[in-house]
Design a protein around this ligand. Sequence first.
Ligand SMILES: Cc1cc2nc3c(=O)[nH]c(=O)nc-3n(C[C@H](O)[C@H](O)[C@H](O)COP(=O)(O)OP(=O)(O)OC[C@H]3O[C@@H](n4cnc5c(N)ncnc54)[C@H](O)[C@@H]3O)c2cc1C
Length: 415
Amino acid sequence: MTETRPAGATWSGNHRYRATEVLLPADLDELAEVVASARTLRVQATRHTFNDVADSDAALLSLERMPTRVQMTGDRVRVEGLVTFAQLAPVIEAEGRALHNLGSLPHISVAGATATGTHGSGIHNGNLSSAVRAVEIMDAEGRTHRIDRTHAWFPAAALSIGALGVVTAVELQTEPTYRVTQQAYTGVAWDDIVADPKRVFGGARSVSVFTTWGDPAHDLVWAKSDDGAPDWVGELGGRPVGDDIHLGRIRTVDNTTPRGTAGPWHTRLPHFRADALPSDGDEIQSEYFVPFSSAREALAAVRAIAPAFDAHLLVTELRTVAADELWLSPAYQRDVLAIHFTWRNDTAGVLGVLPRIEAALAPFDARPHWGKAFTMPGETVRATLPRADDFLATAREADPRGVFRNDFLRRTLDL
Ligand SMILES: Cc1cc2nc3c(=O)[nH]c(=O)nc-3n(C[C@H](O)[C@H](O)[C@H](O)COP(=O)(O)OP(=O)(O)OC[C@H]3O[C@@H](n4cnc5c(N)ncnc54)[C@H](O)[C@@H]3O)c2cc1C
């Protein structure tokens, strides 16, 4: 008999799962039985999403009781089961290897992050899904498919928002390990950032700009580089902040990774430490991706309406993501600027202001983050994704009974 637990809510508590229980198979055989007897099912991983993408009308499934395994083979790492980047990174580092990038927090699962196109920053860095070299997916009949880059399903499977089946293992590309120094700077003027976005965002391995869209005291440039402070920061008047770092109006201040000294990639690329509560905790997040070539105009459009959303905002973070070839990727075939909002945890208020932001970004063909709050109608979302129909055809082929579909997929993709 498969164990169960209550479904609960997302990490920040902003969405209570409609599903009442989570099924907890103990191994692949039990997982195969669970999926084959399910009418409808979605996987819940580390719950760091801000919408109903992982929800289901019936039951959820978690791999948390299943064995986990991390295996290095040549330049790849195979990750089996529910493994977080906090667990994975030190194992890779011990082998003298690294991932190309990480998100702002290491607490999230590898399968969940790659399923939604989770990203860090860097104009040469693709999102985390772009490091996927193969996935193993169990379909609704309990059969496992290994889908590598030669498989026709690959551009759908590496970033699938869970629509093809249960991802039981992910293989990621690694590279030789590297060290990173990071520093956060105040004093860089907004006008200088927008005057030449490439100079700022291209000026280090990974650059984030934090802003509250009006109060320069809150603006911060956070650069992560291979060889100390980038020259352009000083040229633009940047001064390192001390220990007293504030990300906009976020309350927690002692949860960030070390600045000012070099360290292994996985101890510097995330903003937030694995042993601390990331971000604010009591929040909702949204994020939109526009072509990097439209960065200046898109930022001006959002800034013009900032007074309308200011009361709800904790902080905005601006990052960049390099283009990839994954059909549902927010960076599909275009380098993007990611415009992120951390909101106060007030669902009605946030849902009230998102349409204004989405209207302001519509001329730039903005795509939403799959794991964050947005209100764009499905047809608008689909219109921004040139390969949406190919994704839908693959999902229907992989899951003809529609077991892994949910309201989110019906609403946003018409699956
Ligand atoms: C504090 C905080 C900071 C964040 N920072 C970033 C950031 O820097 N960059 C960024 O892009 N995002 C960021 N996010 C968003 C987050 O990384 C993504 O939403 C990510 O998808 C969360 O993964 P999860 O496993 O926790 O989520 P879950 O909600 O558990 O899962 C996400 C999706 O993946 C599916 N899924 C999970 N596991 C499987 C599986 N084994 N098989 C099939 N489907 C599966 C789920 O069904 C769901 O649709 C942040 C979130 C928080 C809370």
